[in-house]
Design a binder for this molecule. Structure first.
Ligand code: GLN
Length: 537
């Protein structure tokens, strides 16, 4: 058989059922690719070879039993049974690490399963390992990880986006067909866009946050990465739904139709007929690369040709998204991160033997600079003298941002289409010295979190040889129609030449002399230029 890592999860599932491949063989193929190529990518913080193979064997046993019991039992198997998956390293899996990309959680071992991990285990999915991320999911490039940056397989001198950059890079590099990330302001959609994969930020409350290291609790959502809409829908279905252990998880039913997105491209494309798509003029922001704007306009044009009705709309409070997000998110973060006190979790410095002194030393050495910046911003915004001026004001503006979207849904639109990121993947180091430039990476994704809406990014071709993501935004709980639209776009572009392209520098990662992104960063610091890759600048 051809390399099984190139298959989609739904194709893997069919082969597992027909007995043409075992989960062990599938898992082994993915593990060896990840182990071989991780030096050059640093997408994985840990790979669980033994555990993964044991889970694969257990899945193979379940599948064999189902096969003996007959077609009904085989059909009743969970679609993820035996399928490899990666988890961002802030998802608790009992007995494993959950560093959240931070030094302060080094050595911490999760004593319980997050709801997401428990549901994936029940489904029979095979957890390959944990992926790299910006510290506490604060960032847009994965460069704020305490464990070094991740490289983008399309160009190893560039970032994969962030904060879920490890998950996005692992899916783009065929190390896994599926991965879990979190999105507080864009951290699933933006790296999906920059790595050329599919990523979904579900409606706030769709997926339980129990057992996920918290960043900003009113904005955080967990969601899937995959290489197509069908696989992303399957993974969303597996992890979504009410959980008594997360009071903000909604009782909203999870549509089973998520498992039945159109298989034929023509059938999928037919969904576009008569659909009303809104194009918000404020999302074609200043500083947007012309190549990105062109791909988005082409994508929307193609949908229009296939029968959709596209109209320009205005979301007038878009401009305030960034400013309000950077008050609300740090405020919530400063509160959530208070628990890292050197007593309960991971890293601690108890050298002075005096509690307050040790507390200060633990947090001083355990947190990185971006996390400290957020804690200071958030503590300031919540302090008695400034609460009304900043935090309360930001909450009011948040309501206005949501009202902009409500007006679009009230006008009868089915979805909003926009760019995911104003630029393609940028160079490692390009924005680390300028926090505001980094923050601007999420100008087109932040408002969706502020409004609690579902949004996703799907590949829409290349600009200068690098992936561009089309963002689709839906009304609350409209994940199914959002995914049908994404699937329809796949249908109308199924024969586009860029669909067959693999990340341009993936092959370089097979060469053990290709520098790791950590080595590149060191060389950058010392002023030498990094050899072995490049070519897009
Ligand atoms: N880049 C944004 C931030 O740094 C969003 C991150 C995220 O979605 N987790 O806060």
């Amino acid at each position: 058989m051809a390399d099984p890592t190139r298959l989609r999860a739904h194709e893997m599932a069919a082969l597992l059922r027909s007995g043409e491949i075992s989960s062990r063989a599938l898992t082994e193929a993915h593990l060896s690719a990840a182990e071989r190529q991780n030096h050059a990518l640093n997408a994985w913080l840990v790979i669980y070879r033994e555990n993964a193979l044991a889970q694969a064997d257990a899945a193979d046993k379940r599948i064999a039993e189902a096969r003996r019991a007959g077609t009904a039992a085989l059909n009743a198997l969970h679609p993820l049974c035996g399928i490899p998956i990666a988890l961002k390293d802030l998802v608790s899996v009992k007995g494993g690490q959950a560093t959240a990309g931070s030094k302060i959680l080094k050595g911490y071992i999760a004593p319980f399963d997050s709801t997401v991990a428990a549901r994936l285990k029940d489904a029979g999915a095979v957890i390959l390992g944990k992926t790299n991320m910006d510290e506490f999911a604060m960032g847009s490039s994965t460069e704020h990880s305490a464990y070094g940056p991740t490289a983008n397989p399309w160009d190893l001198t560039r970032v994969p986006g962030g904060s879920s950059g490890g998950s996005a890079a692992a899916v783009a590099s065929f190390h896994t067909p599926l991965a879990i990330g979190t999105d507080t302001g864009g951290s699933i959609r933006q790296p999906a866009s920059m790595c050329g994969v599919v990523g979904i930020k579900p409606t706030y409350g769709r997926v339980s946050r129990y057992g996920i290291v918290a960043f900003a609790s009113s904005l955080d959502q967990i969601g899937p990465f995959a290489r197509d809409a069908r696989d992303a829908a399957t993974l969303l279905h597996a992890v979504a739904g009410r959980d008594d252990r997360d009071a903000t998880s909604a009782p909203e039913p999870v549509p089973t139709e998520l498992l039945g997105l159109a298989t034929s491209d023509d059938e999928a494309a037919a969904y576009l007929k008569g659909k009303r798509i809104a194009l918000p003029k404020e999302y074609f922001v200043e500083g947007m690369e012309p190549g990105v704007a062109a791909r988005i306009r082409e994508a929307v044009g193609a949908m229009e040709q296939a029968g959709a009705r596209v109209e320009e709309v205005s979301l007038p409070h878009t401009d305030y998204g960034l400013a309000t997000y950077y008050i609300i998110a740090p405020a919530e973060a400063s509160s959530n991160l208070a628990r890292f006190d050197g007593v309960r979790y991971g890293y601690n410095d108890r050298s002075s033997g005096e509690f307050i002194a040790d507390y200060i030393k633990t947090r001083g050495a355990g947190f990185g600079p971006e996390v400290k910046r957020r804690i200071m911003l958030g503590t300031y915004a919540l302090s008695a003298g400034y609460y009304d001026a900043y935090y309360l004001k930001a909450q009011k503006v948040r309501t206005l941002i949501k009202a902009d979207f409500d007006a679009v849904w009230a006008a009868g639109f089915d979805a909003i289409c926009a760019p995911t990121s104003p630029t393609v993947a940028f160079s490692l180091g390009a924005r680390t010295e300028d926090p505001v430039a980094m923050y601007l990476s999420d100008a087109c994704t932040l408002p969706i979190n502020m409004a609690g809406l579902p949004g996703m990014s799907i590949p829409a071709g290349l600009s200068d040889g690098l992936p561009v993501g089309l963002q689709i935004i839906g009304a609350p709980w409209s994940e199914l129609s959002m995914l049908r639209l994404a699937r329809a776009y796949e249908g109308i572009t199924a024969r586009a030449p860029w669909r067959d392209l693999e990340p341009a520098e993936l092959q370089l990662t097979d060469d053990p002399t290709t520098p790791s992104p950590i080595e590149r960063k060191e060389r950058q610091k010392s002023g030498a230029s990094a050899p072995g890759a490049g070519g897009h600048s």
